[in-house]
Design a binder for this molecule. Structure first.
Ligand SMILES: [Fe+2]
Length: 465
């Protein structure tokens, strides 16, 4: 079972064709959107921290993660820097705290030893910054400079907070002890018996990246035309049941499926199943936010690292999709030749489209959310689980760091793999067809799964998707 990785996509600078996000762009609407998104992020931040006592907030639940109280004050400090000082031209509330909450200065493992604000002081700081930030929003322009166009700086702050909320959710998953988070289970999957196992994405150009989404971050820009050969993509993410077949077939111990680095990683760590799984008798169990339950067979697999996803794909006679393939599947509309902000069109996500925003504490069963299907027919490209791609994280041609190099540029290179699509724990404001996430190929605590792809044969390249 060999796989073939396509050559790097050809690109050119021909004019990009994108559909704008389906929102009116007037100043009042921009500010209403920013206000609603800031408030939603803060509700979530407080819900993730108010449910734990002081000891739990200051404890380090895993060396991979910060104490939750660090995230809380870091969110406030970034808002202090970006909304009060940079956007508002104000002196800021606590500039003396910048060094404590600088993620580059202090690795996560060292943060418990820092003289951090207490939970109560962190809450007060966050509330005081927010009060001033809303005054800044009320008075701010929404155009005239890249920082303000379309409310960018407010959108950046919202996305930063939502990203930390997802990180805090991962800390909750790593935390020992009884459950403190509660949410309803996602609905059952619709009848998927007629759903094809894979969908064809036809050859040809598409617009990758964006010039039009006002809240897109620097690494999503600029838009350009990318030509791809035809390929087949799994209709849904790989399920727990399918992944168990890989385990049962001895996938973890068969060197044929692993890259040398992946093999070395498996041997060194002894991993033999997704993180949080254990076998009891003949049954696979998993721990999920303080509860232990049988692994649901029809749910997308998650808590697997890139090496595991890559090995599974090779075992299945397939490969991981490239980042460009994933994005084409998620947004290219062959009927118009244009790229969509979301797989289903131009309107923002609703619960019918995608499982986002921690409404549930697990992915929806594979095949869910038919309303969120892409033009190619693939489902659940947004929400449920982040999806590993085969691509390294790099800047697009013409990339320009904005508003600071440390947002993404310092992570470019072969050390990080790109993930796409967001998970059940991703805020809707931080999720779209162009959004790029990245992480080390060994990471398993993130809510990541994958789907697989294969090259299409020559006779398949003209089939209409
Ligand atoms: Fe941060």
């Amino acid at each position: 079972m060999t796989t073939r990785t396509p050559a790097s996509p050809a690109t050119d600078a021909s004019p990009a064709t994108e559909q704008h996000p389906g929102r009116p762009a007037g100043p009042r609407h921009v500010k209403e959107r920013a206000l609603a998104a800031l408030e939603a992020a803060r509700r979530r931040t407080l819900a993730l921290t108010d449910c734990l006592d002081e000891d739990e907030l200051t404890a380090q639940h895993s060396p991979l993660m910060s104490p939750l109280v660090w995230d809380l004050a870091h969110i406030a400090n970034q808002e202090d820097i970006w909304l009060l000082r940079e956007a508002g031209g104000r002196p800021g509330l606590r500039p003396e705290l910048d060094h404590l909450y600088d993620a580059f200065r202090h690795p996560r493992a060292d943060r418990p030893q820092l003289p951090l604000l207490s939970p109560e002081a962190a809450r007060r700081y966050a509330a005081a910054v927010r009060e001033q930030a809303l005054d800044v929003l009320a008075a701010a322009p929404v155009d005239g400079s890249p920082l303000f166009d379309g409310g960018f700086v407010f959108g950046m702050s919202v996305q930063h907070e939502q990203q930390h909320d997802e990180t805090m959710l991962a800390t909750h998953q790593l935390r020992k002890g009884p459950a403190v988070l509660h949410a309803p289970a996602p609905g059952p999957a619709p009848d998927t018996t007629t759903l094809p196992r894979e969908v064809l994405v036809t050859e040809g150009p598409f617009t990758m990246g964006t010039d039009t989404d006002p809240w897109a971050l620097d690494n999503e820009r600029p838009a350009r035309t990318v030509h791809l050969p035809a390929f087949w993509l799994d209709t849904t993410p790989v399920t727990n049941a399918a992944y168990q077949e890989f385990i049962d077939d001895g996938g973890y111990t068969d060197p044929r499926w692993w890259t040398p680095a992946g093999r070395e990683h498996v041997e060194r760590t002894g991993i033999s199943a997704p993180l949080f799984w254990r076998r009891e008798g003949g049954t696979w169990l998993r721990r999920r936010f303080g509860r232990t339950e049988a692994v649901p067979p029809d749910e997308p697999v998650m808590h697997v690292c890139w090496y595991e996803a890559d090995a599974y794909a090779r075992w299945a006679g397939r490969r991981l999709p490239t980042e460009a393939e994933w994005e084409k599947a998620a947004r290219h509309d062959p009927a118009t030749g244009r790229s969509r902000p979301y797989p289903w069109g131009t309107d923002g996500p609703t619960p019918a489209h995608a499982n986002l925003g921690q409404r549930h504490l697990q992915p929806s069963p594979a095949g869910s959310h038919p309303a969120g299907a892409a033009p190619c027919g693939a489902r659940q490209l947004l929400g449920d689980v982040w999806e590993w791609t085969s691509s390294d994280f790099t800047g697009y041609p013409g990339f320009a760091a904005f508003p600071y190099r440390e947002y993404s540029e310092v992570f470019f290179g072969p050390d990080h793999k790109v993930l796409r699509g967001g998970s059940f724990g991703t805020g809707p404001a931080a999720c779209r067809s162009t959004f790029r996430n990245w992480d080390y190929p060994i990471r398993r605590q993130i809510f990541a799964g994958f789907r697989t792809a294969r090259d299409a044969g020559p006779s398949e390249t003209r089939t209409t998707a």
